[in-house]
Design a protein around this ligand. Structure first.
Ligand SMILES: Cc1ncc(COP(=O)(O)O)c(C=O)c1O
Length: 1013
């Protein structure tokens, strides 16, 4: 430790200006005027010549000549490898040497760099970035430079050797200052020393303080004073730069990000370097403080020595006040790396099928009716938010008005409700952005662990605006390592519910929601957040508290430390955050789309997302979809979506060009039909399919009339409304046209013959003969076609008695009519026992029409017929359909078949369907209102009656049941001539779990008397 003492014991050289002028002239050939410069230990002077300005440097007699040579060699190296770097150039002696000696003094000359010191100009963000860039460029330039004198044992300012001066911390006068200095050294020991040998090292400048950095023309344009050059860890260059750059700045993190960002543009840093850069910055500040304290101790008269201490100490207090790991993450973020190294892997695990979180509350949160509340300035309810009791009252009223059992406060919301001191930071902003999700429910509500894990801490953070009792549970994300979930604002009872170290299972009660007297003064709620790193103080360990809000400007870092708790709660706010509530859309809809377009339910639904058998509304509530037989293989099935997107990105055009996909698809589809059904016409809707089916029949038979089954529905075109009794015989309908004859609906529950036996089938089938006779009366040519849905949908989910279609087809064919099976509702495996519902009746139609499920929501439909009929149809008139059979639609149709086959959905429809029928029949035992349960596979009807004997349809009650089911998050519809049949035809990915939800809710609804209307 000689350097400190010796430099101060040996006064700086003191040549007179004329002596310096003579020196410059004689040795360096520079004739000019001399201006003396301030220096602590050397004598420096400006030499102003006609050609330019130079700096003459006369070294202290005690100066190590090796170090002086090191400096010259560095400058010469940089001039070679980084000629653009603004550092002084070495001016050689007349004899061509880099330096000379005068007496005991080493003398050298370097070029003078223009500009003012960084210390003397106003600081701007751009200058901070440029400072980083300058140091990054310097660092890159010095890579590969070596010099024996760069190893300076005992040199006090080598940050690698911070530990050398650690013991001087005792000299720091103030106890608080001493404590932060000690912490900085301790962190250096804990976090830096163990990895020191792994960090890249090179020769460093190590003294980029504000007086050594020059600003020229408003840009950082120079770095001078290589006197502290030494070999050390590369990252020290940046750390020392930060130790100066961060002094007295309003926002340490913001400035540091700029300097680091600039640095890594030229010298990318390794993760290990970024991990310790702030620890090194603090260590450097601590070194400065203790070295100047020690000097002050030795040279009590030298006031200058302690002047620089105050800002360094202020910065040290700020840095030490932040979690070291937080600063580590800031450094990574600034360097363009993910802020938290393990973040991506943890998030991937949270999104994977390995992660199966359960509801944290005693009900299924995804399905629960909820309101979403905002605690942002000016949001509804915020006028009373200062009073937790009033706010909770307001919230409960809102919840009641929206059938809600929970109110959700969102992640990432900027709120100004965090008034406690703990939310102020070292920056000119408070931590105001919420990093958890709030679930507002009554106090005392049990809170369940969402995953299996181990309780980390159970602590009462008993400060106003704080968490009150808080539980943190550690979970394992497989190879991604641990992560934590914090549950805050709990009740005191929680403190004795679980203990640290305790293993908990998913669903286990770990806490209870607290009230405002214990939870920090808030309306009752649980704040849930995920933490990818506990950022625990290495001296203290996890302390049970953790920031629940972040600074707006630091959210890029916070979002990685505290990712969205929605990864576990799975509300999916990205899909509903900006969705309009139903009332807003309904108004526009009436105006834009006309009043006849119907909407389901009294309480309208805005649906923003579909997922399997679930539909998600504008609040993120998941509703069980028991109606949508269009999204057959599940809403938004990824395989179908992918196929659609892939083909759409390549080609979509009409069928006038040859394309293989349409052929592959047609063949694959036709292969699911019995012979001789072989030829496929692609269209875009069920209506188009039936329309084309009629055209085929009429063209081929040369006839016009049609026999259809009563209560049938075949589509929305004029021709089809005319053959759909469900339309023409109901409100707004014009009645039956003479060219259409109706055969009676063969309804085994309410019809003429109440049986599924073949005898009933035959008898009903014979009614088709009667209809044909009426058709012949109308037009002697007889009917072109007999059309029937294979199971009657609008007729009330009516499954025909055995043998009905066989008998009906017999009559139709005998009369020369073609037989059309409308499979638009029921096809594609829904009925479980067969791919096509007509197969259950043991018939082979002449023409089959397909639609709804075929494209899983994409408009895709088809007519399948025989080669013979197709041949007869080709009478010269062209068949063309702009959209039908386009490559995108065919790719989608193919993908739907893939999923039906690949996921065994036909078998699933049979299994779930049977399970549901059993469950519904069990409900029928207990609920008088259920007159009949019928259907095939996942095409079911529950016939509600006011009297089981008379089978009087319970129309109003059925409507009310559907409404109340909707309020409970289960979507069903009603149908049938009297609208009294609950219609169940969900996506066939619907499994037993979903069936249980349906059965439970239906049971609950049927158990309570109908709401009086
Ligand atoms: C049995 C039946 N056929 C045809 C159609 C008409 O299909 P789309 O609405 O696709 O035109 C429907 C529609 O509900 C239907 O239920």
């Amino acid at each position: 430790m000689t350097a400190l003492r010796d430099v101060f014991r040996h006064p700086a050289p003191a040549f007179a200006p004329d002596e310096l002028a003579a020196l410059a002239s004689e040795h360096f050939g520079l004739d000019g005027t001399i201006e003396l410069l301030d220096s602590e230990r050397d004598q420096n002077a400006r030499v102003i010549t006609a050609d330019g300005t130079y700096v003459l440097k006369v070294a202290n007699a005690h100066e190590d000549t090796g170090v002086l040579d090191l400096q010259l060699a560095m400058l010469e190296h940089l001039a070679r490898v980084a000629p653009d770097l603004p550092v002084p150039r070495v001016v050689h002696t007349r004899g061509g040497f880099a330096a000379t000696t005068v007496g005991a003094h080493h003398v050298r000359v370097v070029s003078h760099l223009p500009g003012q010191t960084l210390a003397s100009v106003p600081r701007t963000p751009e200058l901070e970035v440029e400072l980083g860039r300058l140091l990054g460029r310097l660092s890159a330039g010095l890579r590969g430079f070596g010099h024996p004198a760069a190893h300076r044992p005992g040199f006090l300012w080598n940050l690698d050797d911070a530990a050398l001066v650690r013991s001087w911390a005792d000299d720091v006068a103030d106890a608080d200052d001493r404590a932060v200095v000690a912490t900085a050294f301790r962190r250096h020991e804990q976090r830096v020393l163990p990895v020191l040998h792994e960090l890249p090292a090179q020769v460093l400048h190590q003294d980029a303080n504000d007086f050594n950095v020059l600003v020229h023309a408003a840009r950082v344009g120079g770095l001078i004073d290589f006197g502290d050059a030494t070999f050390g860890r590369r990252v020290n260059e940046l750390a020392v730069g930060l130790a100066y750059a961060l002094l007295e700045v309003p926002d340490v993190v913001a400035t540091a990000r700029r300097v680091i960002g600039g640095f890594v543009e030229h010298t990318p840093l390794e993760p290990a370097e970024l991990r310790v850069v702030f620890d090194l910055t603090a260590a450097r500040l601590a070194m400065s403080v203790v070295i100047s304290s020690r000097r002050a101790h030795e040279f009590p008269d030298n006031a200058y020595l302690t002047v620089t201490q105050a800002p360094a100490l202020r910065l040290l207090h700020r840095l030490v006040g932040m979690r070291p790991e937080f600063l580590h993450f800031v450094a990574r973020d600034a360097a363009g790396l993910p802020a938290v190294p393990q973040h991506d892997a943890i998030v991937a695990w949270l999104r994977s099928s390995d992660c199966r979180p359960v509801s944290p509350l005693p009900f299924d949160l995804r399905r629960a009716g909820r309101i979403v509340v905002s605690l942002a300035d000016g949001a509804p309810g915020m006028h009373v938010a200062g009073d937790p009791v009033a706010y909770w009252d307001w919230m409960q009223r809102e919840m009641a008005a929206h059938d809600a059992v929970v109110a959700i406060g969102r992640y990432g919301e900027d709120r100004n409700v965090y008034a406690g001191d703990q939310f102020t930071t070292d920056a000119p902003e408070t931590r105001s952005v919420h990093t958890g999700i709030d679930l507002f429910v009554a106090d005392g509500t049990p809170v369940h662990s969402m995953l299996p894990g181990t309780v980390e801490t159970v602590v009462d953070n008993d400060l106003p605006f704080d968490y009150g009792p808080t539980v943190i549970v550690r979970h394992d994300a497989g190879e991604a390592g641990p992560f934590w979930v914090l549950y805050g604002h709990l009740s005191r009872r929680t403190l004795s519910t679980v203990r640290p170290g305790q293993r908990v299972e998913a669903g286990e009660v770990i806490a209870f929601v607290g009230d405002h007297t214990v939870n920090g003064g808030w309306a009752p709620h649980v704040h849930i957040q995920i933490m990818t790193d506990l950022m625990a103080d290495p001296d203290v360990g996890p302390d049970g508290n953790f920031e629940g809000a972040g600074e707006p400007s630091r959210m890029s870092v916070w979002r990685q430390i505290v990712p969205d708790a929605d990864l576990l709660l799975r509300f999916g706010p990205d899909t509903w955050a900006n969705a309009e509530p139903p009332a807003d859309l309904l108004e526009r809809r009436h105006v834009d789309l006309g009043p006849s377009l119907s909407t389901s339910y009294r309480a309208k639904l805005t649906i923003v997302r579909g997922d399997g058998a679930w539909l998600v509304d504008h609040t993120g509530r998941h509703h069980l979809d028991c109606v949508n037989n269009v999204c057959h293989v599940g809403h938004a099935h990824p395989h179908v979506v992918e196929a659609l997107a892939r083909q759409a990105a390549v080609l979509n055009t009409n069928t006038r060009y040859l394309h293989r996909t349409i052929l592959d698809y047609a063949e694959r589809l036709a292969a699911t039909f019995p012979d001789p059904l072989r030829v496929v016409y692609f269209v875009n809707s069920g209506s188009e399919a039936n329309e084309l089916a009629l055209r085929l029949a009429r063209t081929v038979t040369g006839r016009h009339d049609v026999v259809a089954v009563d209560w049938g529905y075949h589509g929305n075109t004029n021709d089809l409304v005319e053959i759909s009794a469900y339309k023409f015989n109901r409100r707004g309908g014009g009645g039956r046209q003479p060219h259409v004859q109706l055969a009676e609906l063969p309804d085994p529950y309410r019809g003429r013959l109440r049986s599924y036996e073949p005898a009933a089938g035959q008898a009903y089938g014979d009614d088709v003969a009667a209809a044909i006779a009426r058709a012949v009366d109308h037009d002697s040519r007889g009917p072109a076609a007999f059309i029937a849905e294979s199971i009657s949908g609008c007729g009330g989910q009516v499954v025909f008695p055995d043998g009905y279609l066989a008998r009906a087809y017999e009559h139709a064919r005998a009369a020369g009519a073609l037989c059309i099976a409308d499979e638009v509702q029921v096809g594609f495996g829904r009925v479980g026992r067969a791919m096509w519902a007509f197969e259950l009746q043991g018939v082979v139609p002449d023409i089959v029409t397909l639609g709804k499920p075929m494209g899983n929501g994409h408009p895709l439909a088809a007519v399948v017929t025989t080669a013979e009929i197709a041949g007869a149809f080709a009478n010269g008139m062209e068949w063309f359909n702009t959209f039908g059979g386009n490559p995108v639609s065919c790719a989608v149709g193919m993908a739907v078949l893939d999923v039906i086959e690949g996921e065994g959905l036909q078998a699933r429809a049979l299994d779930t369907g049977s399970y549901l029928v059993d469950g519904l029949r069990a409900l029928q035992q207990r609920h008088e209102a259920i007159g009949d349960v019928r259907g095939e596979g996942m095409y079911l009807g529950v016939d509600l009656v006011t009297d089981r004997d008379t089978r009087e349809p319970a129309t109003a009650f059925a409507g009310d049941v559907a409404e109340r089911m909707r309020a409970r998050g289960v979507l069903i519809s009603t149908d049938g001539p009297a609208d009294n049949v609950l219609k169940l035809k969900p996506p066939i990915v619907f499994g037993r779990a979903e069936a249980d939800v349906l059965l439970d809710e239906l049971d609950a609804v049927l158990s309570r008397p109908a709401i009086a209307r």
